[in-house]
Design a protein around this ligand. Structure first.
Ligand code: BGP
Length: 468
């Protein structure tokens, strides 16, 4: 692997930060999403209700414990750390002209602490964190006005942190907007019965794509050294059989991802995009100048998440996954949450993305959610996690060293235990660092190193050579 390979870990404010009403922060869409103790599907309330547990409110309290956590990341040898800025900490409602100084000062402290420890921040501008007020007053990303609000937010943080942050990403898993069963997460949208779901999804996506491109151009103007990426969820899929129809079904599914990749990397809607409009009888309204904005705001790299693969065909048993579910592959094993484990699928993903787009890639999420038990010796022996990561890192190395893919870095998801996005659970853990908290919110929030902590430390120290 290259000498400057960005080994690290990934988090997001809505699942990690907490401090939801501190420092002048406003409410964000995840602050009204209930936790796992209320059932499997996360319920969305109109406002914060008394006596209800909302996981994002405290999350795992990075807000107060950032120094302790960054010291642990340093001990593991992190060269980078992915986090997101909570938009409503900077603009509490989202439509203000002036930012909230206390919110800006918080991230100053975090970025300074990272720099002091030689850890490069990798910052997502919007990771499921639209301010709630923008949803209630403007209808969220349905409304064109959000483009201006988002751009103002981005310009504010780009200016403020231009000497502290180099790596940015605009929207986390932007492709979840079109096909997600939980559009609230991504775009703060709940479809009404009277609206055309597809038209709304394409329109909201257009606003997000224009906002992303305008932000990329602004960032490059503010600091030409900035590296600004998109972030795609890669739902690796195989045809269920060798029937050509199954291969076409696979191709159709992947187009939901390329829809966004094409616009963000190539700077225009391609035939892939137009075909989807035709298929769903919908087309986003554009303003004069939009095409120019898309053309001038192409990204420097592709960040993506990869967890599992599935299959596509007729009459298949469906399995779980984070956003895009798929068919069960009889040849693969699954995690306790039913996500199919497929390291080779990561190698294929890296090749497919690089072949199609020919710009650097960055694996900004990968990992396995599992229940961890504290053993009688007081430690957590998470060999299942080590095994999953070892096999994925090997596949990643093969893609780079044998296939020639240009890869910038690797940040496993939830490097410290945090709240699950899809279920709001705490017992579904991804971390190298254990956090004492349960699904009802009880626990000391104390941190503890798992076996995987020491394993990953060695992986980084040998630049990926020693995976044993
Ligand atoms: C991705 C999200 C992350 C993260 C991850 C794991 O889709 O970008 O925020 O949560 O999936 O999913 P979960 O937390 O549901 O296990």
């Amino acid at each position: 692997m290259r000498k400057d390979f960005l080994w690290g870990g990934a988090t997001a404010a809505n699942q990690y930060e907490g401090g939801y009403r501190e420092g002048g922060r406003g409410l964000s869409i995840n602050d009204v999403e209930r936790g796992a103790c209320y059932g499997k599907t996360r319920q969305i309330d109109d406002s914060v209700l008394d006596g209800v547990y909302y996981p994002s409110h405290t999350a795992v309290d990075f807000y107060h414990r950032y120094k302790e956590d960054i010291a642990l990341f340093k001990e593991m040898g992190f060269r980078c750390f992915r986090l997101s800025i909570s938009w409503s900490r900077i603009f509490p409602n989202g439509d203000e002209t002036e930012p909230n100084e206390e919110g800006l000062a918080f991230y100053d402290r975090v970025f300074d602490e990272l720099r002091k420890n030689n850890i490069e921040p990798v910052v997502t501008l919007s990771h499921y964190e639209t301010p709630l007020y923008l949803v209630q007053k403007y209808g969220s990303w349905r409304n064109r006005k959000l483009v201006g609000f988002f751009l103002h937010y981005c310009e504010t943080v780009f200016e403020r942190y231009k000497d502290k942050v180099k790596y940015w990403m605009t929207f986390n898993e932007i492709n979840a907007t079109l096909a997600s069963p939980r559009p609230w997460h991504q775009a703060g949208i709940v479809y009404s019965d009277s609206e055309d779901r597809w038209q709304t999804a394409f329109q909201a996506s257009h606003h997000m794509l224009v906002a992303s491109a305008a932000a990329v151009a602004a960032g490059h103007r503010i600091n030409p050294e900035f590296q600004i990426g998109c972030m795609l969820l890669y739902p690796q899929t195989y045809a269920a059989t060798c029937a050509p129809e199954d291969q076409i079904a696979r191709h159709d599914k992947m187009r939901f991802t390329y829809y966004y990749g094409d616009v963000q990397v190539r700077g225009r809607y391609t035939n892939t995009c137009r075909d989807l409009w035709k298929k769903y009888n919908a087309c986003p309204a554009m303003e004069p100048g939009d095409e120019e904005i898309l053309k001038n705001g192409t990204v420097d790299y592709i960040g993506f998440s990869y967890y599992f693969s599935s299959i596509e065909g007729k009459g298949l048993e469906q399995v779980e996954g984070n956003i895009f579910a798929g068919g069960r592959n009889p040849l693969l094993e699954s995690t306790q949450w039913g996500w199919q484990i497929d390291p080779l699928g990561l190698r294929l993903t890296l090749n497919e993305l690089y072949d199609r787009y020919q710009i650097p890639l960055f694996i900004v999420e990968n990992g396995m959610g599992a229940v961890d038990q504290i053993a009688s010796d007081g430690k957590i022996h998470d060999d299942y996690r080590i095994d999953y990561l070892r096999r994925h890192i090997q596949a990643m190395k093969d893609a780079v060293e044998i296939d020639g893919v240009d890869l910038m870095g690797y940040t496993p998801w939830g490097c410290i235990d945090l709240i699950s996005a899809s279920t709001g659970e705490m017992k579904k853990r991804y971390g190298f660092i254990y956090v004492d908290k349960d699904d009802t919110g009880a626990g000391t929030l104390n941190r503890m190193k798992k076996d995987s902590f020491f394993w990953y430390q060695k992986v980084i120290a040998t630049n990926g050579e020693d995976l044993a």
